[in-house]
Design a protein around this ligand. Structure first.
Ligand SMILES: [Zn+2]
Length: 53
């Protein structure tokens, strides 16, 4: 099962991929965007969930 469910979170401010996780790490909240702390922006920003293909 190599990387099949790997997803990444892209900061909408700097466009960097700041977090990586497996699909089942976090319960889906119905939205693909979350507020997360971006270490590049040094603040909380909206992050989009993107599937790795
Ligand atoms: Zn950022």
């Amino acid at each position: 099962m190599p990387q099949a469910n790997l997803i990444r979170f892209q900061c909408s401010a700097c466009k960097r991929y700041t977090y990586w996780s497996r699909k089942n790490v976090r319960k889906s909240e119905g939205k693909l965007a979350l507020k997360k702390f971006c270490r590049w922006c040094h603040k909380q920003t909206q992050h989009k969930e993107a599937k790795k293909t």
